[in-house]
Write a protein that binds this ligand. Structure first.
Ligand code: GLN
Length: 511
């Protein structure tokens, strides 16, 4: 994993010995066997995950079999794929054939999907090896991974703190060095926020770029699958593998011709790029986080970008609109868990009683809260005042972004308002928890891509993430700016700074 360099900047993880690109190159060249790589990942998980709890299921036998298949391809001179032998972790809301997919909910207890998500198929076709399923907030509702029926995941940098959420298990698995790559889903920030809190790269693609087929639905108009990695180059590489049209997802975008080369955009630099430091995306953030974002803006300027400050007041409306639209869609999507079709069933004297008993026992408190909020917002008499108004706000946000992107090419801001908070601190205060996503939600509402890049440590020594936002299908631009940030990032808090696997103790390294 990347080590701090003498000049105060970090080596890109993708070039480090544990980076995905380096592993794939070695496996493809026959210098390392996929089996040895995967065995190493599995033993790191076995020795280090009992206190972190990043994984809820480890698929060791299937992973070793898949690794052997990669090694056979290499031995026989067949192309083993661009991610040959690279261990990956999958958020547990991605369907895996025959392997439990729980969404960290009791209601899916015992359910094994009969098919793989499209992204899972694409990873396998690229030679990547899935080693297991990661912990999350139940049905991806939350910002701390504490809303899991399996109990929380801990932050590898400080085990008394949350890893963020809802894809906290995937972020922690990468930050701890168990796997170089992971997939998560981002509906309101659930990739970028945990990436920031764990000191890794996390990216939400343009809505429709990555197929949602086989992603268990939370809020279908917002959900996107995206990569976690230790470097921008690795994230770009992973996105290249999972992106592209899929006829199984009706919202999947057609493939442009030529197809974008995300990995090639990484080295392009930022000369002449117009970067807008967005005031609403630092407003209300902790002073140490704001200082990091301001430092990032200066560093981009030094690298040749034209940096200005920009105000997009509509961003302040995002959180309220999101917490009507996302629960409304969730209340409809979660109606399918009725005790008949999936997982848990708690019997009752008639069907309605069985439905009620199943849902009462199967859903946790946050999921119930969202179903009630959403049902209320959609109910006759309140629909126009709540759901309808939130949809109109969503249109305002899209227009506000469009105005901003006439002035600048990308926006810069914080990913999360603070560094990782203590486990338990916000569980009884839903509003405080919801505020974690105030900076990430605008991109979801607009369907735009955004990325979080580790940018040194806060006053508490814990990772800070800086967020770059780009217009729809601006992934190449996004990766080029993110790579420039990565090259300039101050030491500390990054992927290499997490406590060594199995070292235990609340005082993570990098403090
Ligand atoms: N924290 C937000 C929520 O609870 C975002 C979740 C997500 O992106 N899946 O809705």
């Amino acid at each position: 994993m990347s080590a701090p360099r003498g000049d105060g900047t970090r080596e890109a993880g993708g070039d480090g010995p544990a980076g995905a690109l380096r592993i794939a190159a070695a496996v493809r060249a026959g210098e390392r066997s996929a089996r040895s790589v995967v065995e190493e990942a599995l033993s790191a998980v076995a020795s280090g995950d009992s206190d972190l709890h990043a994984f809820v299921t480890v698929t060791a036998d299937a992973a070793l079999a898949a690794a052997d298949e990669v090694d056979r391809a290499v031995a026989e001179g067949r192309d083993p794929g661009p991610l040959a032998g690279v261990p990956v972790a999958l958020k547990d809301n991605l369907c895996t054939r025959g392997v439990p997919t729980t969404c960290a909910s009791r209601i899916l207890e015992g359910w094994r999907p009969p098919y793989d998500a499209t992204v899972v198929d694409r990873l396998a076709a690229a030679g990547a090896v899935a080693v297991g399923k990661t912990n999350m907030d139940e049905f991806a509702m939350g910002s701390s991974t504490e809303n899991s029926c399996f109990g929380p995941t801990r932050n590898p940098h400080d085990r008394t703190r949350v890893p963020g959420g809802s894809s906290g298990g995937s972020a922690a698995a990468v930050a701890a060095g168990f796997v170089p790559l992971a997939l998560g889903s981002d509906t309101g920030g659930s990739i970028r926020q945990p990436a920031a809190l764990c000191g890794v790269v996390g990216m939400k693609p343009t809505y429709g770029l990555v197929s949602r087929y086989g992603l268990v639905a939370f809020a279908s108009s917002l959900d996107q699958i995206g990569p976690f990695a230790t470097s921008v180059a690795d994230a770009a590489h992973l996105l290249g593998v999972i992106a592209g049209h899929d006829r199984a997802d009706s919202t999947s975008l057609p493939d442009p011709d030529p197809r974008p080369d995300f990995a090639a955009s990484v080295g392009r630099g930022v000369e002449g790029r117009r970067v807008g430091l967005c005031l609403e995306l630092v407003e209300g953030c902790a002073p140490d986080v704001v200082a990091r974002v301001r430092r990032a803006a200066e560093d981009l300027e030094a690298a040749g970008a034209e940096v200005s400050e920009i105000s997009v007041p509509e961003f302040r409306l995002g959180l309220s609109a999101y917490y009507l639209i996302a629960p409304a869609e969730a209340s409809s999507n979660l109606a399918r868990y009725d005790g008949v079709r999936y997982g848990l069933r708690v019997d009752g004297p008639d069907v309605a009683a069985m439905n009620t008993a199943t849902r009462t026992a199967g859903f946790g408190p946050e999921v119930k809260r969202r179903i009630m909020l959403g049902t209320y917002a959609l109910s006759a008499g309140y629909y126009d005042a709540y759901y309808g108004k939130a949809q109109r706000v969503r249109t305002l946000m899209v227009e506000a972004f469009a105005r901003a992107y006439r002035q600048v090419d990308v926006l810069l801001g914080a990913t999360a308002p603070s560094t990782a908070f203590p486990i338990g601190e916000r569980v009884d205060d839903p509003l405080a928890m919801y505020m974690s996503d105030v900076c990430t939600i605008p991109s979801n509402l607009a369907g735009h891509p955004a990325i979080s890049v580790p940018y040194g440590a806060g006053d508490d020594g814990l990772p800070v993430g800086v967020q770059v936002l780009a217009p729809a299908l601006g992934e190449e631009l996004l990766f080029s700016v993110a790579a420039a940030l990565e090259a300039a990032a101050p030491a500390g808090g990054g992927p290499g700074a997490a406590a060594p696997v199995g070292s235990g103790g609340p005082e993570g390294a990098g403090r």
